[in-house]
Design a protein around this ligand. Structure first.
Ligand code: PLP
Length: 485
């Protein structure tokens, strides 16, 4: 397997980046230095952050272009600015690739991020299910045509809707109706958890809760749930209670694109609306996207100006490039390897005595309960980082240490699989992780909250792990042949 799905011309990419850095350096050398340092950091660490990846040079280079300089509010064929023909081209290409890749009736590729994609989706659902009937009742074509009384009634109705999403400690995301995010201020929210005995989603309990709560939006999707979700059952539940099914596949879009999740586990044929990021397992530029059934297409296309400002032409162009890459057979092999590698990582950890939430994985991530090592997530994350292993701490279900210190570490395989790591490599990664955590002790010197952060690593462990990691990284170069010197 090649390390990236698309082979690239290393000499041409090296020349392009060297020239670009010269130009940048002449204005602000600090930025050029940070760009160089970031490549070195990415090359030199075992990146296991489940939400990160390495975009191809083609995707990255596409973003550094003058498509960034054009305003193009509106949608293709309905712009509020003149001269948008080239933005039309890239937006159309990105949407065509997205609909073909995911088999979706409609794609909206303007959202700047995952949070924006979810906001567009929420407001499109509210526009279709609450605003449109209100306009019809009032005999109005547009909100500006409503009387002040009808407008105030509509505003109250919009603010009186319910959403049901997965709880944060079960792996849900802040944008699924939680108070610190704007979605929690828009909706009355309730959350569903997982079965405390298995850590798995309990569809019967969810069905009962949905009947009781009667949400307008049932949200499926996660940041830290290590299992696949049956979207056919989710849709059945949504239909039963008259809810709109919104699936946020930000994390696992690459597994959907690569046909690892098919049938009942592919959200696209089952959900009314699907949102995603484009930069995680999908391996594109940082951004978001909405796919939807025809019923929601017009409302979704009003994302700008409903929620968004002018679209990022350079990023939509990079989405088109990334989606074209994801349509290659090589991306399917990549996605399969991401899931297979996660199983190897999970089994390697469990064989060495670690406890995993749900005792395994069937997606791209693993949630490791580090309390068995006597550590908090914060201590484990820091110790692993000292040893050159980049992860992030994450709450586990019913976490006694809360969302800040946590009891878990989330590990993902998309990035290292992009470098060409295979099953032997991931088994070695599991060994290194267990070695580091076993050699870490909470620091006895401190007390109170600080004791949840402080730790000590046995002598020599960092050096030993860093040198073992360097061997793995050397064997699987990031952007092989690309040189900035
Ligand atoms: N949805 C899910 C499930 C996520 O995991 C994330 C990011 O972590 C987002 C949405 C938000 O994405 P972004 O950071 O691009 O706004």
């Amino acid at each position: 397997m090649t390390s990236l799905s698309e082979p690239f011309d290393a000499a041409a990419a090296s020349a392009a980046y060297r020239s670009a850095l010269d130009v940048i350096s002449a204005v602000e050398p600090g930025v050029a230095g940070a760009i160089r340092a970031e490549l070195a950091d990415q090359r030199g660490s075992l990146k296991l952050i489940a939400s990160e990846n390495y975009a191809s040079p083609a995707v990255l280079l596409t973003m550094g272009t003058w498509l960034s300089d054009k305003y193009a509010e509106g949608t293709i064929g309905h712009r509020f600015y003149a001269g948008c023909q080239n933005i039309d081209t890239v937006e159309r290409l990105a949407a065509e690739h997205a609909t073909a890749l995911f088999g979706a009736p409609h794609a909206y590729v303007q959202p700047h991020s995952g949070i924006d994609a979810n906001l567009v989706a929420f407001w499109a659902i509210l526009a279709s299910r609450i605003e449109a009937p209100a306009l019809e009742r009032a005999g109005a074509r547009h909100v500006n045509d409503l009387s002040e009384d009808d407008w105030q009634r509509l505003r109250r109705d919009l603010g009186d809707q319910r959403a049901l999403g997965m709880s944060l400690d079960a792996g849900g995301h802040l944008t699924h109706g939680f108070r610190p995010n704007i979605s929690g201020k828009m909706f009355h929210q309730a959350s569903y958890g997982t079965d405390p005995r298995t850590g798995l989603l309990d569809y019967d309990a969810l069905r009962a809760q949905a009947r009781e709560f009667s949400p307008l939006v049932l949200i499926a999707g996660y940041s830290a749930y290590p299992r696949k979700i049956n979207f056919a059952i989710m849709r059945e539940i949504a239909d039963e209670v008259g809810a709109v099914l919104l699936v946020d596949m930000a994390h696992f879009a690459g597994l959907v694109a690569g046909k690892v999740f098919t049938g009942d586990f592919d959200p696209v044929p089952h959900a009314h609306v699907v949102t995603t990021t484009t930069h995680k397992s999908l391996r594109g530029p940082r951004g978001g996207m909405v796919l939807c059934q025809p019923e929601f297409a017009d409302a979704v296309d009003r994302g700008c100006p409903m929620v968004l400002g002018g679209p990022l032409g350079h990023v939509m162009a990079a989405k088109a490039v990334a989606l074209a890459e994801a349509r290659q057979d090589s991306f399917r092999r990549y996605a399969r390897a991401v899931a297979d590698n996660a199983v190897v990582l999970a089994e390697g950890l469990m064989r060495r005595g670690a406890r995993l939430v749900t005792d395994g994985t069937d997606n791209h991530l693993v949630l490791l309960d580090v309390s068995g090592f006597g550590l908090t997530g914060r201590q484990a994350e820091s110790a692993l980082l000292d040893a050159g292993i980049v992860t992030n701490r994450n709450a586990i279900p019913q976490d006694p240490n809360g969302a800040w210190y946590t009891s878990g570490i989330r590990l993902g395989t998309p990035a290292l699989t992009s470098r060409g790591f295979g099953s032997d490599d991931f088994d070695r990664v599991a060994e290194l992780i267990v070695d580091v955590l076993s050699a870490t002790t909470p620091s006895a010197a401190s007390s109170g909250a600080a004791s949840k952060a402080k730790y000590a690593l046995a002598d020599g462990v960092c050096e030993k792990t860093r040198s073992a990691a360097a061997e793995l990284l050397d064997a699987h170069q990031l952007y092989p042949g690309l040189s900035l010197e």
